[in-house]
Each structure stands twice: as C-alpha cells, then as structure tokens.
Write a protein that binds this ligand. Structure first.
Ligand code: LRH
Ligand code: MN
Length: 426
C-alpha cells in the first residue's frame, strides 16, 4: 500500500479552516511572547524519528500475542508500512533494523524502495539475546560477557556482521543491547562479566568504520532478574569511555527503575558529550514499551527541556539518534506508532517554548516558583497547531490517525496480505 500527496491533500481540506484559525491564534500568542514561530515549525519539520523494524506487527508477552492481521511478512512490506506512517506524519523518515530479524535479501532493491519513500537507514541493532538456528554456541548464559571465549567470539563476530550489513545500507551506527546478566546471587562474578563485556566491545569497536557510532544501551533487568551486566547509565558510560570517542550511551526510556530522574541522566550525559540516542516509549511499571507520552507526558516534556538546553549549550555532544522502541499488544501497530510520533513532536514543541534565558535567570535568583511557572506555562500550551503546520508544510496529514482511518489502511493491508501474515520481531 502506498499513499500519495493528493489523497492526503484531499483529506486535509475539511480541517484546513479550523487549523488556520488555531494556528493564527497560537502564532499571535507566541509571537507576542517573543518566540520565532517559523523557526519552531521548521525544527519540527526537520525532526525525524526512526521506526523500529521489529514493531510493525503485533507485540506480545509470554501470556499471549493477538494479531491485527495484514502484518508485514517481509522487510519490503515493513518499509512500505513505514512509508504509510511517513506519508501521513512526515516525521518517520528513517528505519532502525534488527539483525537477524530483518536481513535484506536484495540490498539495492531495499535501498531503492526506502529512497523512493524518503526513508533512511538509522542505527542497526545486533541480537545476541537469542540463539540462531545452527549456531555453534548458545547465549543462554550470556554473550559478550560469557565466561566462554568461544561464545564471546561468536557474539563479537555477529556484531561485526551487523556493521557490515548496516554499511551496505548507509547506516552510521550500531546499537548494542545485551540481555547478559544473572537470575540468582552467586551465578555470575560481576567483575569478570563486566571486564569480558568491555574487552568484547573493544573488539567490536575496532571494526567500526570511522564515521560510525556505537550506541551502548543499558537496562536494569529482564530477561535476567537478579543482575544485568549493562544495568544503568553508569555502566553504559564506563563501557563507552572504555571503547573510545565513537562510543556513546543509548537511553531507552523504559529501562529505568521506578521514579528514576531520566531528565537529569540525559542532562549529564550531554554535558559529558556521551549521549548518543534514544529509544522512545512509555511505561507504568517495567519495560512496558507502551505508546510514547501515554503514561508520563510531563516527564517526556522535562526530558525534552534538557535536550533543547543541551542542543543549545553542549556542542561537545553529537547529533542524537532518535528512535522509537515500542511493542503493540492491544493497538494497531501503525496507529500506535503514529500516536508515539505525535507525542514526541508535542514534547519537543512545548520544550521549544521555554525561554531558557528566563529560566536560567530565575534559577540564579533561586526563584523556585518562577522556575516552575516558566516550565508549566510552556507545558500547558496547546501546541498541536504547530505540529499540524509542520506536517502541512511537508505534505502530510493534519490529523494522521483520522487520515489513516479515512483511507481504511488496515483493511486495505488485510485485503492485500490476508490474516495469517506474521511480522518478525518481538
Ligand atoms: C531491550 C530493547 C532493545 C532491543 C529490544 C527489541 O528491551 O529495548 O533495544 O534490542 O528491546
Ligand atoms: Mn530499546
């Protein structure tokens, strides 16, 4: 299924008038506050988030998986589905592949298809948390941290193979997330596991092309439930520093223990020039991989406040890799991803309304009430007309979810693909 600009233009017509009055009203309000509305709208237009190739079908848990039918059963169909999301939102111009779930069968063909849909290949993800058919060694007791040299070498070679695959697609980053850890006290020697992981990452790092990054993703638990080798930002930062300048930390919002102050972690990693990217999602309890902004939208806003400050004040930190990492148990995967993109854009837009100079001045004068007033004035501003204008300028839908439903996309996909196709991934 492919959407064209005319279809989207026609669907926008009925909402154009109300959008224009909303946008003009908001523009006047923000202009009176000294904000540059055009620069905010263009920043939103340029803000592209990578869609995870492993989240275009129904997710599931050990208790069950319920399909939405019409799922993509090939990488080509996954790129098509990302094309539908990008046509509607104009902010999903990249895909993050997970290997071996999504190894291209024809590199030129997949690059041509992605190019035609304005989709770039963002970070590629290695997978040493599952055993592959016919594999010599098992990752049951870990991969890069394993006490077995043979297992570590197999995992290192897999990561070098993933770099090679990404290189052929134009990707510029490798994301390493390890399930490595233990389920019981005494099972692992923490120092041996950490040092093995460091040495293994250094071997992978040696295979990284000069213009690439290595993104080290941390997570406190699951699938191991007593210890995880790369458990938090500190472990990830130490391992990245142990590798070199091209290695950075990756912040998955769901990979924090309850009540963690993620915005402070983001702020300090930027100060140290070691924040490489994000896996956006939301969660109530654990790594729930829920729709972005569906549970803690204010926390997401506070994170974007630190990101906007960092983008203005931390030239030592590289451009960030923006990616979604979610799983869809009860929502149509494409609608869920569209809602996540909207929440990310909304948090970014609200953070761009913050007068950082006023905030700094209030902080210097310990005017705690004013600090909160500045933040919450921005947070309480309905910025949706700015997002709509950015989409409109780029040829997208004023209301992507309404357009998706008006265009009957899911049923079209079921007609095309049937009810029994299953997407690779989690
Ligand atoms: C681990 C994780 C990681 C991916 C996987 C699909 O929980 O967040 O980023 O490899 O999900
Ligand atoms: Mn993740």
């Amino acid at each position: 299924m492919k959407l064209n600009k005319t279809q989207i233009h026609d669907i926008n017509q009925k909402d154009l008038k109300s959008h224009e009055s909303d946008f003009n009203y908001l523009s006047d309000k923000l202009t009176n506050k000294g904000l540059d509305v055009n620069s905010i709208v263009s920043k939103l237009k340029d803000f592209q988030v990578a869609i995870p190739s492993w989240a275009l079908g129904a997710g599931g848990t050990r208790f069950g998986r319920f399909s939405f039918y019409g799922e993509p059963s090939s990488l080509e169909q996954k790129i098509d589905d990302i094309g539908v999301i990008h046509a509607l939102t104009q902010t999903a111009g990249a895909v993050s592949l997970h290997i071996p779930w999504d190894i291209p069968s024809d590199y030129n063909a997949i690059k041509e298809k992605a190019d035609a849909l304005n989709i770039k290949f963002d970070a590629v993800n290695s997978n040493t948390f599952q055993d592959q058919k016919g594999a010599q060694e098992t990752y049951k007791y870990g991969s890069l941290s394993n006490t077995s040299k043979a297992v570590r070498e197999q995992a290192i070679q897999h990561n070098l193979d993933v770099i090679n695959i990404g290189n052929k697609l134009g990707s510029k980053a490798l994301t390493v997330w390890l399930a490595d850890g233990s389920c019981f006290p005494g099972q692992n020697n923490f120092q041996t596991a950490f040092q093995n992981t460091q040495d293994s990452l250094i071997d992978i790092y040696k295979g990284l092309p000069d213009d690439w990054k290595m993104l080290v993703e941390y997570k406190p638990y699951e699938p191991n439930f007593y210890s995880t080798v790369i458990q938090d930002w500190g472990a990830s930062l130490m391992l990245a520093n142990g590798c070199g300048d091209k290695a950075y930390t990756l912040v998955d919002l769901g990979h924090h223990l309850p009540n963690s102050n993620i915005e402070q972690i983001v702020s300090i990693l930027q100060l140290k020039g070691k924040l490489g990217g994000f896996h956006f999602n939301d969660s109530k309890y654990g790594d729930d991989d829920l729709t972005v902004g569906s549970i803690k939208p204010y926390a997401l806003f506070l994170i974007f406040n630190e990101l906007v400050y960092g983008m203005e004040n931390n030239p030592q930190n590289p451009d960030l890799a923006w990616m979604i990492d979610a799983s869809h148990n009860v929502k149509d995967p494409l609608e869920d991803l569209i809602q996540s993109l909207e929440a990310i854009q909304e948090a970014y837009a609200k953070a761009l309304l913050i007068n950082q100079a006023d905030l700094k001045a209030a902080q210097l004068h310990h005017d705690v009430v004013k600090c909160q007033e500045i933040l919450q004035d921005a947070y309480r501003t309905d910025v949706r007309a700015l997002l709509q204008q950015a989409r409109l300028d780029a040829g997208g839908a004023l209301s992507p979810i309404n357009a998706y439903r008006n265009l009957n996309v899911r049923n079209e996909l079921i007609t095309e693909r049937g009810k029994n196709t299953v997407a690779t991934g989690l």
